[in-house]
Structure formats: structure tokens, C-alpha cells
Design a protein around this ligand. Sequence first.
Ligand SMILES: Nc1ncnc2c1ncn2[C@@H]1O[C@H](COP(=O)(O)OP(=O)(O)O)[C@@H](O)[C@H]1O
Ligand SMILES: [Mg+2]
Length: 256
Amino acid sequence: MQPLLAVENLAKTFRSGGRRVTALDDVSLTLGRGETLGLVGPSGSGKSTLARVLLRLVAPESGRIEMEGEDWLALRGKALRERRARVQMVFQDPLAAFNPRATIASALADPLRIHGTAGRAERPRRVGELLERVGLSPDLAPRAIHEVSGGQRQRVAIARALATNPSLIVLDEAVSALDVSVRGRILELLAAIQKTDGVSYIFVSHDVAVVRVIAHRVAIMDAGRIVEMGETEGIIREPGSATARALVAAVPRLHR
Ligand SMILES: Nc1ncnc2c1ncn2[C@@H]1O[C@H](COP(=O)(O)OP(=O)(O)O)[C@@H](O)[C@H]1O
Ligand SMILES: [Mg+2]
């Protein structure tokens, strides 16, 4: 079966203060429909750069991305605007991603309007449905983003990502700032959403314990490279790279 996403030989170098930093070095991976790939690695290993390249927020120097059978990096203009709705992102800090004074209703209505997913008259009902899908009461719609809890905000961010019916959601450290119990419930929500609508996730985290809960496979990144990739449980049981061993060792309760 054709994968949802096929990434081949991506490279990206940043220049900062006269120094060259290799953020992505020959990165290749595939992702199936309804699959979750965990992207794990130490700080600075290139995880967010890869996420941003997939979202077309950063252009790679070389490499290829095929998304739903199309040359993703070649899309321009109207075709790009239309297809952009297919790939959404959830960040660590929803307050930075939203205008904190905006209401939850407007944060969710914006993508419906921008991507033409729902007409004006239909939008309040769609906003209510989106809130219910992420386990929030539609009564929260008129509230400002900054008034609700961190967990509720992250649910709003997930609802906003779902507004355009994406086939892929990239979550970059999306649960890292949450309390353990809130985090657990968000991970359950993500798994339930995937079960109903078959969305694929790229789940970026520095924490193997979190990735273990949600990812079918993991890719271990270090210094811009994928140093190891495979079934999550297999890599936790028998990490083959020094990077993976260090990440697994950082979570004491994973030891058997
Ligand atoms: N806009 C940028 N300008 C210069 N260097 C950058 C930029 N974005 C990322 N980098 C560098 O690229 C490397 C990878 O960063 P990043 O992708 O954010 O890693 P991670 O998300 O795994 O922590 C780091 O060395 C980082 O400092
Ligand atoms: Mg990052």
C-alpha cells in the first residue's frame, strides 16, 4: 500500500553567527495511514526542523517529500493553499500559537473560514462539534484562550488541528508541558481520534516514556540524522544505538 508520507534524503543547514549547523542530514522515513511515528532525540537533534519542513514552514536544501502521492515540496500557490489543510501542527505552548485574548470560538472558526471548510452560518455548530470531539463542553466557546487550563488549551489546539480534516498531524512536544495525569488523558484522546478517523501522527518528544504510550514506531534522531528506526517496543527493549540507549536509560522505570 502507498504510504501517506514518504520523506527521502532531506538536508537542512542553518548559518548562525558565521557557524554552520547541520539540522537535517540525509533524513528518510515513511508513514502509513493511521500510523503514529514517534520522533525522539536529544535537544538540538533536528526534530523541530523536520516538523517545520513537513509543514513547509522551512525549506530543505535537498531531498524529496511525497504526501498522498504528490510531490509536496513542488506545490505552489492555490494547490499549496488547498493541500496545506491536510497537514496540521500542534505545538508545546498553545498560548504562543494562539492570540491568548481570542475566544475559543474564533480560534476554531478561523481555520474553517480560511480553508472554506464551513460557511459562516454553519460555523458555530461546527465549533461546538469540534469541542465535543476533544472532550470539551461547547459552553467553553465564548471563553478566552488564556482563561482555560493548560490541558483545555491543548485540547483546543487539537480541535483546531482537526478543523480541516487533516490526514497528518505533527505534534511537537505537545504534551511536554502538562502534568502527568493531564498528559495521560490527552494521549488517550489522540489515540481515540486516530481510531475513529484514521489520522496519522508524527509525535515529537524528547521523552521515550511518553512516546511509548502512543507511537507504533519510533525514529531516533541525533545531530540531524535518524540513527535508528523501528517498532517502539523493540527499540526500548533492545536499543541499537548509543543515542537510543541514553534516551531509554533516562527513563528508569523502563528498565526491566
Ligand atoms: N532558525 C534557526 N537558525 C539557526 N539555527 C537553527 C534554527 N533552527 C534550528 N537551528 C539549529 O538546528 C539544530 C536543530 O534544532 P531543532 O530542530 O530545533 O532541534 P530539536 O527540536 O531536536 O531540539 C540546533 O542546533 C538548532 O540550534
Ligand atoms: Mg524542538
